[in-house]
Design a protein around this ligand. Structure first.
Ligand code: NAP
Length: 280
């Protein structure tokens, strides 16, 4: 891999981006990280952390100066605004890696199309459900060992963010990924209830699933301020994963030479997040 490349990582403070930054630094690349709040970024000292907002392209000039490759994490539920960001990117960089999704929802489909037409050398990553989504259960598991949600039988080959990042890094600073669409999964399909059981096993404190009505979950998500369209999309996707789970792929191993991490490995490495704090 070419180590000297100057790479801009957007979403650098997020689940995947933070891992991409760490692995790029390890690979010897020169890394610039985009965030709206540099003071709170908590990124390694040798990373050039710059302020910028993807919803306001005028803030991106400094971030793109001297950049050769960009990881694009698009945090919006529509692709509006992306053409301007891509035009600016194409004026500086040669290569773009876009974090899409295996769901390829309307805005992701549109984004993939725009990227393919951008004139940049591109790679699309389509990860499946992130293992890190299990952190959403941490409070319920810490407080009583029971996760009450619908669709415990929904199965997915959940993928570790470190493996998504490992593929992203190859695509950003390696060769042979131009015009590739990489579908990224973990090594095996697990139901949501099985994931909770595994978390219980690795923490040493049993955890179990308790099936809740989809409507109750819907009301809870709406009460948290989530848009109705997104909530319904999540519930529809979970229902589909009960009847129609997607298979795992070996893309992580093909690209990195190392098999994708299991959910058990992810859970072991994050066990503390699920352990109740002991009173001292
Ligand atoms: N979760 C899943 O199961 C799953 C599966 C497949 C695909 N995906 C895709 O993964 C992507 C999210 O990745 P993630 O989970 O790694 O991110 P994340 O942890 O949700 O973090 C969001 C990132 O986006 C940045 N951000 C938010 N608004 C921004 C703005 N206006 N301008 C610039 N940066 C902004 C945040 O940076 P600052 O706050 O520091 O500015 C932060 O780094 C989404 O596109 C999602 O569709 C997720």
């Amino acid at each position: 891999m070419s180590r000297h490349r100057q790479v801009l990582v957007t979403g650098a403070t997020g689940t995947v981006g933070r891992q991409v930054v760490a692995q790029l630094v390890e690979a010897g690349a020169s890394v610039r990280a985009l965030t709206r709040v540099p003071e709170a970024a908590g990124l390694p000292a040798d990373v050039d952390v710059v302020r910028g907002d993807l919803s306001d392209p005028r803030t991106l000039h400094t971030a793109l100066e001297g950049i050769e490759a960009v990881l694009l994490v698009w945090p919006f539920a529509e692709a509006e605004g992306m053409p301007t960001v891509l035009e600016m990117t194409a004026r500086h960089a040669r290569r773009i890696v876009y974090l899409s999704s295996v769901a390829v929802r309307d805005h992701e489909q549109q984004a993939e199309r725009l990227i393919a037409q951008s004139g940049l050398e591109w790679t699309v990553l389509r990860p499946h459900v992130f293992a890190a989504n299990a952190l959403d259960w941490a409070e319920q598991i810490r407080s009583g060992g029971v996760v009450r949600e619908p669709y415990g039988a929904a199965a997915a080959p959940v993928v570790d963010e470190r493996d998504i990042a490992a593929v992203a890094v190859r695509a950003l600073i390696g060769d042979g990924h131009a015009s590739a669409v990489h579908e990224l999964t973990g090594p095996e399909s697990l139901t949501r209830a099985e994931q909770v059981r595994i978390i219980g096993e690795v923490t040493g404190r049993p955890a179990r699933w308790e099936e809740a009505a989809p409507e109750a979950a819907r009301q809870q998500m709406l009460a948290r301020g989530w848009p109705a369209e997104a909530v319904d999309g999540i519930l529809r996707a979970q229902a589909r994963m009960v009847t129609d789970p997607l298979p795992s792929t070996d893309t992580v191993e093909q690209v990195t030479g190392t098999p994708a991490r299991t959910f058990r490995t992810w859970a072991t490495d994050h066990a503390d997040a699920f352990r109740a704090l002991r009173a001292t």
